[in-house]
Design a protein around this ligand. Structure first.
Ligand SMILES: [Zn+2]
Length: 201
C-alpha cells in the first residue's frame, strides 16, 4: 500500500491483516492521532484502552504492551514507540459538544465525526464512539489526579508501530482540536496537521 495521507482534521479507515503492522507518523510533529480498531469480522469487538490499562498496569501505552479489546482479546502489540512515550489513553474523542462546551460557535470537525464518516465508508454505522488511544497526545496527571494537556513536545517525523493480532479495521483521526484553552493545548501551537499511515508486512 502507498503511504496514506490523512489530511489535517480528517480521518481514514485502514484494513490491517492479522500479522501485518501499521506505522502512524506525524510528519510535522505534535499532531494528536486518535486511534480506533475494530475486529474486521465482528465490529462489535473494539479496542478498549480501559481494559488495556489493567492488563499492562499502566494508563499510558508503552512499547511492548498488548492492546486488547473490550472482550479482553489481543488486538495489537505496540511494537515501536518513536515518540518517546507521549501518548494518552484518558481523553474521550472530541465531538461537536466538546467544542460547544469550550464556547465554539457553529459546526467544528471532530474525531467522533471523523470516525463515524470513516466507518460509513466501510459500510458500518457506528452507534458508540469507543475510547481511542490518543497517540502523540501529551496528557499529564499529577499526584492529586489533576489532568492537564501541556504543550505537545512530539518532534516532526515521530511515529508509532503496531502489529495486528486479528484482521482489523483501524481508524486514525488527525484531531481537529485548535482552540486556545489554558493548560489544554493538545496539538501544535502552529495548528492542526496531517498524519501519514503506512502498512508494513
Ligand atoms: Zn479530536
Amino acid at each position: 500500500m502507498d503511504p496514506l495521507i490523512i489530511p489535517a482534521s480528517e480521518g481514514r479507515a485502514v484494513k490491517v491483516s492479522d500479522g501485518a503492522s501499521l506505522r502512524i507518523i506525524t510528519p510535522k510533529g505534535a499532531q494528536a492521532a486518535d486511534f480506533f480498531a475494530y475486529n474486521a469480522e465482528v465490529i462489535s469487538e473494539w479496542l478498549s484502552p480501559m481494559h488495556t490499562w489493567v492488563l499492562n498496569r499502566s494508563i499510558k501505552p508503552r512499547e511492548g504492551h498488548e492492546l486488547i479489546s473490550r472482550f479482553r482479546r489481543p488486538m495489537l502489540t505496540f511494537e515501536k514507540d518513536g515518540a518517546s512515550g507521549v501518548h494518552d489513553m484518558m481523553l474521550a474523542a472530541c465531538d461537536q459538544f466538546r467544542y460547544e462546551q469550550y464556547g465554539h460557535q457553529g459546526p467544528h470537525p471532530s474525531c467522533s465525526e471523523n470516525l463515524q464518516t470513516a466507518m460509513r465508508r466501510e459500510g458500518y454505522e457506528i452507534d458508540v464512539v469507543p475510547q481511542p488511544i490518543n497517540f502523540f497526545t501529551n496528557t499529564f496527571i499529577d499526584a492529586d489526579a489533576n489532568l492537564t494537556s501541556p504543550p505537545n513536545p512530539v518532534p516532526p517525523g515521530a511515529y508509532v508501530e503496531l502489529r495486528a493480532h486479528m484482521d482489523l479495521i483501524c481508524v486514525i483521526s488527525s484531531c481537529p482540536f485548535d482552540l486556545a484553552i489554558p493548560d489544554w493545548q493538545i496539538n501544535s501551537e502552529s495548528g492542526v496537521s496531517e498524519l501519514i499511515v503506512e502498512l508494513i508486512q
